[in-house]
Structures are given as C-alpha cells and as structure tokens.
Ligand binder design. Structure first.
Ligand code: CTP
Ligand code: CA
Length: 231
C-alpha cells in the first residue's frame, strides 16, 4: 500500500486497548501495584486513532496524559479491568492487551487501615491469583476478532526472551504476542522500546524498536494487515 493509504488502514475498524497497571487494595490507603506507566498502551491507542480506527481505551493506573477524542474507561483493579474488557471486547475488531495486570490480589481487603500495633514486627500477606483476562478473551467467542497480548520479560538474552514468549503465547491462545525486555532501568518508565512480535505458531513475524509511538505505529501495521487478510 502507498504511504497515504497505509496511514488510514484502520478506517472502519474498532480497536480496544488496555493500558497501565492495575492496583489491588490492601486497605483504604494502600495497594499492591507495578511500575507500568501506560506509555506503550496509550501510544497504541493514539496511533490506532491516527490510522482511522474507532478506539476505546481501558486505562488502569497511568502516568501520562490520556488521549482525547476516544472513549476512555477508567479502572483500578484487575477485577474491574476484566469486567470492562469482557463488556467492550465484543464491540471491537482488534483487542490489544497492553495493560500490566496484577497477577495476584490480597485474599482479603481490610476495612480499616492496617495498624502496626496489631500486625507487629513482620506482616505476611496472603495473595490469590487473579483471572487471566487475555486468556479469557482469547478463548471466548471471537467472531473474527483479533487478539494481541504483550509480554514484558526480564530475560536479557534474546533467545531466552523468544523462548519465554513462545511458551506464553501457547498458554494464552491469542493471535499475536508483543514481547519486550524490561528491567530495573529499561521498559516501563522510558520512552523507547524494542519489541518482537510472535504469531500463534511462535514464529517471529515482526521486530521494531524506537520511541514507544513509532513502535506503536509499526506494530499496528502488522495487525491492520492481518485484519484485512482475514476477510
Ligand atoms: N494478562 C492478563 N491477565 C492477567 C495477567 C496478564 O490479561 N491476569 C495479560 C497482559 O495484559 C499481557 C499478557 O497477559 O498482555 C502477558 O502478561 P504477563 O504478565 O507477561 O504474563 P503472565 O501470564 O501473567 O505470566 P508471568 O507474569 O508469570 O510471566
Ligand atoms: Ca504477569
């Protein structure tokens, strides 16, 4: 396609993006969270809008400004994200799960602030695993809907990263998995990113690196092509 045709290659399509980190409350003032800034997911929502899509963004905790001109649903916990995503997914052609979902939540949430006088020197928290939203959406009735997951891994070796990604996409059942390396100083809060896109068979179909907005635009090209190929 020519450059100008490619720019609007999501015209007439609807895209659901989840972004940011979910937070699981412990008591009225505390939560368990993660370091996701929401940057990559929000960049994808903006890029999809620029390519002509109708975009819905489900935003958990984010540290950047939210886009305007798209539908935005705010959520806090993984349970809220699951409800919002399950309700919205059937209304979209492409679902991109860029949110950093808390894997566990506290078994019980205290109604009152947890007090040191009651808990003492050491405090043990009991956590329970959250439902897997990506796997749930992937295994639900699809109607041709394309589903994309993200995998942030701390492996520094590229082969390890790809191997972990292959195992992950097999477990999730989504169509594509965008794999990227993260660490204490790379990934979350930064503006650049480097990703490898795997398809359902585990094959590497695309690699991109650069600013989170250029990565967003590049990977959307892959999904736009896949959507038009599916017709
Ligand atoms: N995800 C999800 N629901 C969860 C956990 C993760 O939908 N409860 C999604 C994320 O949004 C992401 C993908 O699954 O698109 C992979 O997330 P990741 O944390 O890398 O995978 P997990 O299956 O949680 O495995 P682990 O954290 O143990 O590596
Ligand atoms: Ca996880």
């Amino acid at each position: 396609a020519s450059a100008s045709a490619r720019l609007r290659d999501l015209e007439g399509r609807s895209v659901l993006v989840t972004a940011g980190g979910t937070r699981e409350p412990l008591d009225p003032v505390r939560y368990i969270g993660n370091r996701s800034s929401g940057r990559q997911g929000i960049a994808i929502a903006r890029a999809a809008q620029a390519r002509g899509a109708r975009v819905t963004l489900i935003a958990a905790h984010v540290e950047v400004e939210l886009p305007t001109g798209i539908e935005i649903v705010r959520v806090e916990t993984t349970a809220e994200l699951l409800d919002a995503a399950t309700a919205a997914a059937p209304l979209h052609d492409l679902v991109i799960m860029a949110a950093a979902v808390a894997d566990y939540r506290p078994v019980s949430v205290s109604d009152d602030k947890i007090k040191k006088a009651h808990t003492g020197d050491r405090l043990t928290l009991e956590l329970v695993q959250n439902p897997d939203i990506l796997a749930t959406l992937s295994h639900a009735e699809r109607d041709g809907r394309l589903i994309v997951g993200f995998a942030a891994e701390t492996a520094t070796d590229r082969d390890d990263l790809i191997r972990l990604g292959r195992e992950k996409i097999a477990r999730k059942g989504c169509d594509y998995l965008v794999v990227n390396g993260v660490g204490w100083t790379t990934g979350f809060a930064r503006d650049d990113n480097s990703v490898t896109v795997l398809d359902a068979s585990g094959a590497i179909v695309f690699e991109a690196s650069g600013s989170k907005s250029s990565v967003a635009d590049d990977i959307l090209g892959v999904f736009a092509t896949a959507l038009s190929g599916a017709e």
